[in-house]
Design a protein around this ligand. Structure first.
Ligand code: GFB
Length: 309
Protein backbone atom coordinates (compact mmCIF):
# COMPACT_ATOMS: atom_id res chain seq x y z
CA UNK A 1 0.00 0.00 0.00
CA UNK A 2 1.34 3.47 -0.89
CA UNK A 3 1.54 6.19 1.74
CA UNK A 4 -0.70 8.57 -0.22
CA UNK A 5 -4.05 8.02 -1.95
CA UNK A 6 -7.34 6.84 -0.58
CA UNK A 7 -8.50 3.40 0.54
CA UNK A 8 -12.01 2.24 -0.36
CA UNK A 9 -13.63 -0.42 1.85
CA UNK A 10 -16.53 -2.03 -0.02
CA UNK A 11 -18.84 -3.60 2.59
CA UNK A 12 -17.68 -1.48 5.56
CA UNK A 13 -20.80 -2.16 7.64
CA UNK A 14 -20.54 -5.96 7.46
CA UNK A 15 -18.63 -8.33 9.74
CA UNK A 16 -15.38 -8.37 7.74
CA UNK A 17 -15.50 -4.82 6.34
CA UNK A 18 -16.30 -3.18 9.68
CA UNK A 19 -13.31 -4.94 11.24
CA UNK A 20 -11.07 -3.67 8.42
CA UNK A 21 -12.46 -0.16 8.97
CA UNK A 22 -11.72 -0.34 12.73
CA UNK A 23 -8.21 -1.63 12.05
CA UNK A 24 -7.43 1.20 9.61
CA UNK A 25 -8.95 3.80 11.94
CA UNK A 26 -7.04 2.49 14.93
CA UNK A 27 -3.76 3.05 13.10
CA UNK A 28 -4.86 6.63 12.44
CA UNK A 29 -5.61 6.28 8.74
CA UNK A 30 -7.59 9.25 7.48
CA UNK A 31 -7.72 8.27 3.80
CA UNK A 32 -10.67 5.88 4.08
CA UNK A 33 -13.65 6.05 1.71
CA UNK A 34 -16.91 4.22 2.51
CA UNK A 35 -20.41 4.23 1.04
CA UNK A 36 -23.59 2.82 2.56
CA UNK A 37 -25.70 0.42 0.54
CA UNK A 38 -28.21 3.24 -0.02
CA UNK A 39 -25.48 5.56 -1.31
CA UNK A 40 -23.91 3.00 -3.65
CA UNK A 41 -25.56 -0.19 -4.88
CA UNK A 42 -22.67 -2.39 -6.01
CA UNK A 43 -25.00 -4.50 -8.19
CA UNK A 44 -25.60 -1.35 -10.29
CA UNK A 45 -22.88 -1.22 -12.99
CA UNK A 46 -23.37 2.47 -13.80
CA UNK A 47 -23.27 3.56 -10.16
CA UNK A 48 -20.05 1.60 -9.54
CA UNK A 49 -18.45 3.09 -12.65
CA UNK A 50 -19.37 6.65 -11.59
CA UNK A 51 -18.09 6.05 -8.07
CA UNK A 52 -14.68 4.76 -9.19
CA UNK A 53 -14.22 7.40 -11.88
CA UNK A 54 -15.04 10.16 -9.39
CA UNK A 55 -13.18 8.88 -6.30
CA UNK A 56 -10.24 7.05 -7.94
CA UNK A 57 -9.17 5.22 -4.78
CA UNK A 58 -5.61 3.98 -4.65
CA UNK A 59 -6.44 0.69 -2.95
CA UNK A 60 -9.59 -1.34 -2.34
CA UNK A 61 -10.71 -3.92 0.20
CA UNK A 62 -13.56 -5.82 -1.49
CA UNK A 63 -15.45 -7.15 1.55
CA UNK A 64 -18.96 -6.52 0.19
CA UNK A 65 -20.92 -9.70 -0.48
CA UNK A 66 -24.26 -11.39 -0.03
CA UNK A 67 -23.49 -13.75 2.88
CA UNK A 68 -25.34 -16.01 5.27
CA UNK A 69 -25.32 -19.30 7.11
CA UNK A 70 -26.14 -22.78 5.85
CA UNK A 71 -29.90 -22.19 5.70
CA UNK A 72 -29.76 -18.88 3.80
CA UNK A 73 -27.25 -20.34 1.33
CA UNK A 74 -29.40 -23.43 0.86
CA UNK A 75 -32.70 -21.68 0.15
CA UNK A 76 -31.52 -18.53 -1.68
CA UNK A 77 -28.98 -19.86 -4.24
CA UNK A 78 -30.13 -17.54 -7.02
CA UNK A 79 -29.59 -14.45 -4.84
CA UNK A 80 -26.21 -15.66 -3.57
CA UNK A 81 -24.95 -16.45 -7.06
CA UNK A 82 -26.35 -13.41 -8.86
CA UNK A 83 -25.57 -10.69 -6.30
CA UNK A 84 -22.04 -11.87 -5.63
CA UNK A 85 -21.24 -12.23 -9.33
CA UNK A 86 -22.54 -8.72 -9.99
CA UNK A 87 -20.76 -7.05 -7.05
CA UNK A 88 -17.37 -8.53 -7.81
CA UNK A 89 -17.66 -8.15 -11.59
CA UNK A 90 -18.46 -4.45 -11.26
CA UNK A 91 -15.95 -3.62 -8.54
CA UNK A 92 -13.02 -5.49 -10.10
CA UNK A 93 -13.62 -4.08 -13.56
CA UNK A 94 -14.06 -0.48 -12.41
CA UNK A 95 -11.11 -0.73 -10.01
CA UNK A 96 -8.93 -1.75 -12.96
CA UNK A 97 -10.41 1.00 -15.17
CA UNK A 98 -9.76 3.62 -12.48
CA UNK A 99 -6.13 2.54 -12.05
CA UNK A 100 -6.44 1.11 -8.52
CA UNK A 101 -2.93 0.06 -7.45
CA UNK A 102 -3.92 -2.79 -5.16
CA UNK A 103 -7.15 -4.67 -4.43
CA UNK A 104 -7.89 -7.38 -1.88
CA UNK A 105 -10.78 -9.71 -2.76
CA UNK A 106 -12.43 -11.52 0.14
CA UNK A 107 -13.12 -15.14 -0.77
CA UNK A 108 -14.29 -17.89 1.56
CA UNK A 109 -13.23 -21.32 2.81
CA UNK A 110 -16.36 -22.79 1.19
CA UNK A 111 -14.64 -22.55 -2.24
CA UNK A 112 -12.88 -25.82 -1.37
CA UNK A 113 -14.34 -29.25 -2.18
CA UNK A 114 -16.71 -30.80 0.36
CA UNK A 115 -14.28 -33.66 0.99
CA UNK A 116 -11.00 -31.72 0.72
CA UNK A 117 -7.97 -32.97 2.70
CA UNK A 118 -7.81 -31.42 6.20
CA UNK A 119 -6.32 -28.98 7.05
CA UNK A 120 -7.19 -27.62 3.60
CA UNK A 121 -4.24 -26.35 1.54
CA UNK A 122 -4.73 -23.64 -1.08
CA UNK A 123 -3.90 -26.27 -3.74
CA UNK A 124 -7.23 -28.05 -3.02
CA UNK A 125 -9.14 -25.42 -5.06
CA UNK A 126 -11.05 -27.00 -7.98
CA UNK A 127 -10.02 -30.56 -7.14
CA UNK A 128 -13.47 -31.97 -6.25
CA UNK A 129 -17.19 -31.48 -5.83
CA UNK A 130 -18.50 -28.59 -3.75
CA UNK A 131 -20.73 -28.82 -0.67
CA UNK A 132 -24.28 -28.61 -2.14
CA UNK A 133 -25.72 -26.37 0.62
CA UNK A 134 -23.46 -23.49 -0.47
CA UNK A 135 -22.32 -24.28 -4.00
CA UNK A 136 -23.92 -21.10 -5.43
CA UNK A 137 -21.96 -18.84 -3.07
CA UNK A 138 -18.82 -20.93 -3.55
CA UNK A 139 -19.04 -20.75 -7.35
CA UNK A 140 -19.47 -16.97 -7.23
CA UNK A 141 -16.38 -16.69 -5.02
CA UNK A 142 -14.40 -19.03 -7.31
CA UNK A 143 -15.38 -16.78 -10.24
CA UNK A 144 -14.11 -13.81 -8.19
CA UNK A 145 -10.76 -15.54 -7.65
CA UNK A 146 -10.48 -16.25 -11.37
CA UNK A 147 -11.41 -12.65 -12.19
CA UNK A 148 -8.59 -11.37 -9.96
CA UNK A 149 -6.17 -13.68 -11.76
CA UNK A 150 -7.54 -12.69 -15.17
CA UNK A 151 -7.18 -8.92 -14.57
CA UNK A 152 -3.63 -9.55 -13.32
CA UNK A 153 -2.73 -11.73 -16.33
CA UNK A 154 -4.37 -9.62 -19.01
CA UNK A 155 -3.93 -6.12 -17.56
CA UNK A 156 -1.22 -6.39 -14.90
CA UNK A 157 -3.65 -5.43 -12.11
CA UNK A 158 -2.35 -6.15 -8.58
CA UNK A 159 -5.46 -7.92 -7.29
CA UNK A 160 -5.02 -10.51 -4.52
CA UNK A 161 -7.58 -13.05 -3.24
CA UNK A 162 -7.69 -14.19 0.39
CA UNK A 163 -9.71 -17.13 1.79
CA UNK A 164 -10.89 -16.62 5.35
CA UNK A 165 -12.28 -19.47 7.42
CA UNK A 166 -15.66 -19.12 9.25
CA UNK A 167 -15.71 -15.63 10.78
CA UNK A 168 -17.44 -14.14 13.83
CA UNK A 169 -17.26 -10.95 15.90
CA UNK A 170 -18.79 -7.48 16.24
CA UNK A 171 -21.35 -6.44 13.62
CA UNK A 172 -22.20 -10.08 12.90
CA UNK A 173 -25.70 -11.00 11.72
CA UNK A 174 -27.71 -12.51 14.61
CA UNK A 175 -30.78 -13.46 12.55
CA UNK A 176 -32.31 -16.66 14.01
CA UNK A 177 -32.62 -18.48 10.66
CA UNK A 178 -30.24 -16.80 8.21
CA UNK A 179 -27.11 -16.22 10.28
CA UNK A 180 -24.09 -18.47 10.81
CA UNK A 181 -24.00 -20.95 13.66
CA UNK A 182 -22.06 -18.89 16.19
CA UNK A 183 -24.25 -15.76 16.30
CA UNK A 184 -27.41 -17.90 15.89
CA UNK A 185 -26.60 -19.96 18.99
CA UNK A 186 -25.42 -16.96 20.97
CA UNK A 187 -28.77 -15.29 20.45
CA UNK A 188 -30.77 -18.50 21.08
CA UNK A 189 -28.95 -19.26 24.34
CA UNK A 190 -29.21 -15.63 25.44
CA UNK A 191 -32.96 -15.56 24.85
CA UNK A 192 -33.46 -18.96 26.53
CA UNK A 193 -31.52 -17.78 29.57
CA UNK A 194 -33.48 -14.50 29.65
CA UNK A 195 -36.82 -16.33 29.36
CA UNK A 196 -35.95 -19.12 31.81
CA UNK A 197 -36.18 -21.93 29.19
CA UNK A 198 -34.60 -25.28 30.05
CA UNK A 199 -33.96 -26.53 26.51
CA UNK A 200 -32.43 -25.05 23.34
CA UNK A 201 -32.60 -26.55 19.85
CA UNK A 202 -29.37 -26.80 17.86
CA UNK A 203 -29.32 -27.81 14.18
CA UNK A 204 -27.89 -30.99 12.71
CA UNK A 205 -25.99 -33.75 14.48
CA UNK A 206 -23.40 -31.64 16.32
CA UNK A 207 -20.56 -33.67 14.74
CA UNK A 208 -19.44 -31.33 11.90
CA UNK A 209 -16.15 -29.61 12.65
CA UNK A 210 -15.55 -25.91 11.99
CA UNK A 211 -12.76 -23.42 12.55
CA UNK A 212 -13.67 -19.93 13.79
CA UNK A 213 -11.63 -16.76 13.31
CA UNK A 214 -12.43 -13.47 15.04
CA UNK A 215 -13.05 -10.63 12.57
CA UNK A 216 -10.37 -8.44 14.23
CA UNK A 217 -7.79 -11.15 13.45
CA UNK A 218 -9.12 -11.30 9.89
CA UNK A 219 -8.70 -7.51 9.56
CA UNK A 220 -5.16 -7.67 10.89
CA UNK A 221 -4.32 -10.39 8.32
CA UNK A 222 -5.91 -8.37 5.50
CA UNK A 223 -3.88 -5.25 6.33
CA UNK A 224 -0.75 -7.41 6.55
CA UNK A 225 -1.42 -9.05 3.16
CA UNK A 226 -2.26 -5.72 1.53
CA UNK A 227 1.28 -4.66 2.41
CA UNK A 228 3.21 -7.89 2.01
CA UNK A 229 1.49 -10.12 -0.57
CA UNK A 230 1.41 -9.60 -4.34
CA UNK A 231 0.82 -13.08 -5.74
CA UNK A 232 -1.89 -14.33 -8.14
CA UNK A 233 -2.24 -17.41 -5.90
CA UNK A 234 -4.96 -17.49 -3.24
CA UNK A 235 -3.96 -17.48 0.43
CA UNK A 236 -5.82 -18.94 3.44
CA UNK A 237 -6.57 -17.00 6.63
CA UNK A 238 -7.45 -19.37 9.46
CA UNK A 239 -7.21 -19.79 13.20
CA UNK A 240 -5.46 -23.16 12.99
CA UNK A 241 -7.76 -25.30 15.14
CA UNK A 242 -11.31 -26.54 14.78
CA UNK A 243 -13.97 -27.93 17.12
CA UNK A 244 -17.25 -29.81 16.74
CA UNK A 245 -20.51 -27.89 16.61
CA UNK A 246 -21.41 -29.63 19.91
CA UNK A 247 -18.24 -28.27 21.53
CA UNK A 248 -18.96 -24.81 20.11
CA UNK A 249 -22.54 -24.94 21.45
CA UNK A 250 -21.24 -25.86 24.92
CA UNK A 251 -18.73 -23.00 24.87
CA UNK A 252 -21.39 -20.50 23.83
CA UNK A 253 -23.79 -21.78 26.52
CA UNK A 254 -21.05 -21.24 29.10
CA UNK A 255 -20.24 -17.74 27.79
CA UNK A 256 -23.90 -16.75 27.95
CA UNK A 257 -24.59 -18.55 31.26
CA UNK A 258 -27.20 -20.99 29.89
CA UNK A 259 -27.28 -24.17 32.01
CA UNK A 260 -30.16 -26.09 30.38
CA UNK A 261 -29.98 -28.94 27.87
CA UNK A 262 -29.37 -29.09 24.10
CA UNK A 263 -31.84 -30.72 21.71
CA UNK A 264 -30.43 -31.73 18.30
CA UNK A 265 -32.67 -31.14 15.27
CA UNK A 266 -31.49 -33.64 12.64
CA UNK A 267 -34.01 -32.37 10.08
CA UNK A 268 -31.51 -29.51 9.56
CA UNK A 269 -28.47 -30.03 7.30
CA UNK A 270 -24.98 -30.60 8.71
CA UNK A 271 -23.22 -29.19 5.66
CA UNK A 272 -19.62 -30.08 5.00
CA UNK A 273 -18.26 -32.59 7.58
CA UNK A 274 -15.08 -30.68 8.37
CA UNK A 275 -13.50 -27.38 7.41
CA UNK A 276 -10.16 -26.29 8.85
CA UNK A 277 -7.65 -24.34 6.79
CA UNK A 278 -3.97 -25.03 6.31
CA UNK A 279 -2.47 -21.74 7.49
CA UNK A 280 1.18 -22.44 6.75
CA UNK A 281 1.49 -20.10 3.78
CA UNK A 282 0.37 -17.07 5.80
CA UNK A 283 2.27 -18.16 8.87
CA UNK A 284 5.49 -18.45 6.79
CA UNK A 285 5.02 -14.82 5.73
CA UNK A 286 5.08 -13.86 9.42
CA UNK A 287 1.43 -13.37 10.45
CA UNK A 288 -0.36 -15.23 13.28
CA UNK A 289 -3.87 -14.82 14.73
CA UNK A 290 -4.19 -13.71 18.36
CA UNK A 291 -7.81 -13.99 19.55
CA UNK A 292 -8.71 -17.41 20.99
CA UNK A 293 -12.25 -18.71 20.53
CA UNK A 294 -12.92 -18.39 24.27
CA UNK A 295 -11.81 -14.74 24.33
CA UNK A 296 -13.56 -13.99 21.02
CA UNK A 297 -16.84 -15.42 22.31
CA UNK A 298 -16.68 -13.09 25.32
CA UNK A 299 -15.93 -10.07 23.11
CA UNK A 300 -18.77 -10.98 20.74
CA UNK A 301 -21.28 -11.53 23.55
CA UNK A 302 -20.32 -8.17 25.05
CA UNK A 303 -20.95 -6.53 21.67
CA UNK A 304 -24.27 -8.37 21.33
CA UNK A 305 -25.41 -7.20 24.78
CA UNK A 306 -24.51 -3.60 24.00
CA UNK A 307 -26.11 -3.56 20.54
CA UNK A 308 -29.07 -5.96 20.56
CA UNK A 309 -30.97 -5.12 23.70
O1 GFB B 1 -22.33 -21.52 10.32
P1 GFB B 1 -23.11 -22.36 9.38
O2 GFB B 1 -24.43 -21.86 8.99
O3 GFB B 1 -22.26 -22.54 8.08
O4 GFB B 1 -23.32 -23.84 10.01
P2 GFB B 1 -21.33 -23.57 7.30
C1 GFB B 1 -22.28 -24.57 10.56
C2 GFB B 1 -22.82 -25.81 11.24
O5 GFB B 1 -23.54 -25.45 12.41
C3 GFB B 1 -23.77 -26.68 10.40
C4 GFB B 1 -24.77 -26.14 12.47
O6 GFB B 1 -23.48 -28.04 10.63
C5 GFB B 1 -25.14 -26.33 11.00
O7 GFB B 1 -26.10 -27.37 10.85
N1 GFB B 1 -25.74 -25.38 13.27
C6 GFB B 1 -26.27 -25.76 14.45
C7 GFB B 1 -26.30 -24.20 12.93
N2 GFB B 1 -27.18 -24.89 14.88
C8 GFB B 1 -27.21 -23.89 13.95
C9 GFB B 1 -27.97 -22.68 13.86
O8 GFB B 1 -28.81 -22.34 14.68
N3 GFB B 1 -27.73 -21.89 12.77
C10 GFB B 1 -26.79 -22.24 11.81
N4 GFB B 1 -26.58 -21.40 10.78
N5 GFB B 1 -26.10 -23.40 11.87
C11 GFB B 1 -21.35 -21.62 5.64
C12 GFB B 1 -21.71 -21.41 4.21
O9 GFB B 1 -21.38 -22.96 5.86
O10 GFB B 1 -20.04 -21.18 5.91
C13 GFB B 1 -21.44 -20.04 3.77
O11 GFB B 1 -23.05 -21.77 4.00
C14 GFB B 1 -20.12 -19.49 4.29
O12 GFB B 1 -21.44 -20.05 2.39
C15 GFB B 1 -19.82 -19.86 5.70
O13 GFB B 1 -19.08 -19.93 3.46
C16 GFB B 1 -18.40 -19.51 6.10
O14 GFB B 1 -19.95 -23.53 7.86
O15 GFB B 1 -21.94 -24.93 7.19
Amino acid sequence: MQSVGSIYIAGHSGLAGSAILRALQSRGDSRIIVRTHQELDLTDARAVKDFFQHERPESVFLAAAKVGGIQANNILPAEFLRENLLIQTHVLHEAWQAGVKKLLFMGSSCIYPKLAPQPIPESALLTGELEPTNDAYALAKIAGIQLCKAYRKQHGANFIAVMPTNLYGSQDNFHPEHSHVLPALMRRFHEAQRDGLQEVTVWGSGTPRREFLHSDDLASACLFLMEHYDSPEIINIGWGQDCTIRELAEMIAETVGFTGTLKWDDSRPDGTPRKVLDNRKLSNLGWEPKISLQEGLKLTYQWYLENHR
